[in-house]
Design a protein around this ligand. Structure first.
Ligand SMILES: Cc1ncc(COP(=O)(O)O)c(C=O)c1O
Length: 474
């Protein structure tokens, strides 16, 4: 029978769906065979099985098979050749089946341009060491790669992260409180699904990191935008706007997007509110590795004695977003519930990357990498600041992180032109900046451009900025 098929199945009847149980058999068989001919599964000129064979395969009466073939012949889908059997007609009315509808155009992430936020670069040294570690772990694979593992991730990496956070960020934790995640976004999602339910009020910074805000909104939470000023989020305003909030999402060491640091009195006030209210603080410490001047303030988690802070960190900035490795430091009371949620989604983190990363940290490569990256980033920052200021934008030099905020100078600024229009204009000329105003939940208090100085060599970022500014966008 193989010669009648377009498919490579040896038994053609495997292609015929089960006939419906009700209704006349001959009609059902006719319908299915016709569908196979019309869709080209049975090709023109192909020999069909004998009616006896067909009846046996489908447990039908021979009369039903004969009647189905008669109908196919009468309708022009098959030809009966005397003494030779029944064949698919050499010319059949082929129905063009429309392809399933697809979105037009297909949605894709825009390609990164110099100026983009959140990207990273690694130098040859880092790549070479990481490649060596991955090779070694593949050459002498750990038994863990071949089994299902702890949802929290491997003990080695968790212990390394805990040691690093205790020393660098004053986080109070052991490796057992660390949960390896697929990055901050995954960590936030785990917290939402474990602790919050639709309608729960949650404080977010105003303006706020859009990806976190989108996750809260998608979960149906009631967002309360708490204003950020030069001292960071203002807990007193939060208490006025939503005293009963169940959680607060904050970026205290380097507010995203405005870049300010949460002052110590505000840190204490925030923790005090969370303790009194029984609320949780989600502390997103996404880029604290990159501090260019002055000592960092200790993490919120480090000054919280009551287990109200869930500390969220990532290797997306410190190493690369494509690694998809981040972590949560869970208060003891939440650890098991968070792990139960994690088990449901992706079971446990990828072991190969995890083991290479644990060694990268343990052997001091991470610290050396950060030192080198900080030097490169400081240079990129300074080049960008100078090009932007020369081009008439208001910029101050950030002391931390991988991005800066450029204000729009009012005198030269066409009042009809928004930061959104400027960002679109910049992107057209190859400079990938983001507008500040959409990062506000409510009415934007100010307009500006958020510009990254990582992910591309310093000269490329400065060059893209210069080319755009030469087009006189204001
Ligand atoms: C405020 C903030 N948090 C976290 C991240 C990192 O996210 P992830 O770890 O999911 O890659 C970013 C990246 O741009 C960010 O801006």
């Amino acid at each position: 029978m193989a010669n009648i098929m377009r498919t490579n199945l040896s038994d053609w009847s495997a292609c015929v769906p089960v006939l419906p149980k009700t209704g006349p058999r001959r009609q059902a068989l006719y319908g299915e065979l016709r569908r196979m001919i019309e869709t080209g599964t049975l090709v023109p000129g192909a020999k069909l099985p004998t009616t006896r064979d067909l009846a046996r395969r489908f447990s039908l009466s021979r009369g039903a098979a004969v009647a189905a073939y008669d109908m196919l012949v009468a309708d022009g889908f098959a030809e009966a050749r005397v003494g030779a059997g029944t064949y698919v007609a050499s010319i059949v009315p082929v129905i063009e089946t429309p392809p399933p509808p697809r979105p037009d155009p297909v949605r894709r992430e825009p390609p990164p341009l110099p100026g983009v936020l959140g990207s990273s670069t690694a130098d040859q040294r880092t790549l070479q060491i990481f490649r060596g570690l991955l090779n070694r772990h593949l050459a002498k694979p750990s038994i863990r790669h071949f089994h299902y593992n702890e949802p929290a991730g491997g003990q080695d990496l968790r212990d390394e992260i805990a040691a690093y956070l205790r020393a660098a960020r004053g986080v109070q934790c052991t490796g057992d409180q660390v949960i390896i995640t697929a990055g901050t976004q995954h960590g936030i999602d785990l917290v939402i699904r474990t602790l919050l339910k639709p309608g729960d009020p949650v404080w977010v910074e105003e303006p706020c990191y859009p990806a976190a805000r989108a996750a809260f909104q998608a979960a149906g939470l009631r967002l309360i935008g708490v204003p950020v000023d030069a001292d960071g989020i203002d807990p007193a305003a939060g208490i006025r706007l939503g005293p009963q909030a169940r959680a607060a999402y904050v970026t205290p060491s380097h507010q995203f997007p405005l870049g300010v640091t949460l002052s110590m009195p505000r840190r204490l006030a925030l923790i005090d509110w969370a303790e009194r209210q029984g609320a949780y603080i989600i502390e997103d410490d996404y880029d604290s590795e990159f501090r260019y001047a002055g000592p960092p303030l200790t993490s919120l988690q480090g000054i919280d004695g009551q287990g109200r802070v869930i500390y969220v960190g990532t290797f997306s900035k410190a190493l690369m977003p494509g690694l998809r490795i981040g972590y949560l430091v869970a208060p003891w009371a939440l650890r098991d519930a968070l792990l139960d949620t994690r088990r449901l989604a992706d079971r446990f983190p990828p072991t190969l990357a995890e083991e290479a990363l644990a060694e990268f940290l343990r052997d001091g490569h991470f610290a050396a990498h950060i030192k080198r990256a900080r030097r490169r980033l400081r240079l990129a920052r300074d080049m960008l600041v100078s090009v932007l200021s020369d081009g008439g934008l208001e910029v101050s030099t950030p002391e931390q992180g991988l991005h800066l905020v450029a204000g729009l100078p009012p005198k030269r600024f066409d009042p009809g032109l928004s930061d959104l229009a400027l960002a679109a204009d910049a992107a057209r000329s190859g400079f990938g900046v983001r507008a500040l105003s959409p990062m506000y939940l409510g009415t934007p208090a100010r307009q500006g451009l958020i510009i990254g100085f990582s992910g591309f060599p310093a000269e490329e970022i400065a060059g893209a900025a210069r080319r755009w500014l030469e087009t006189n966008p204001f």
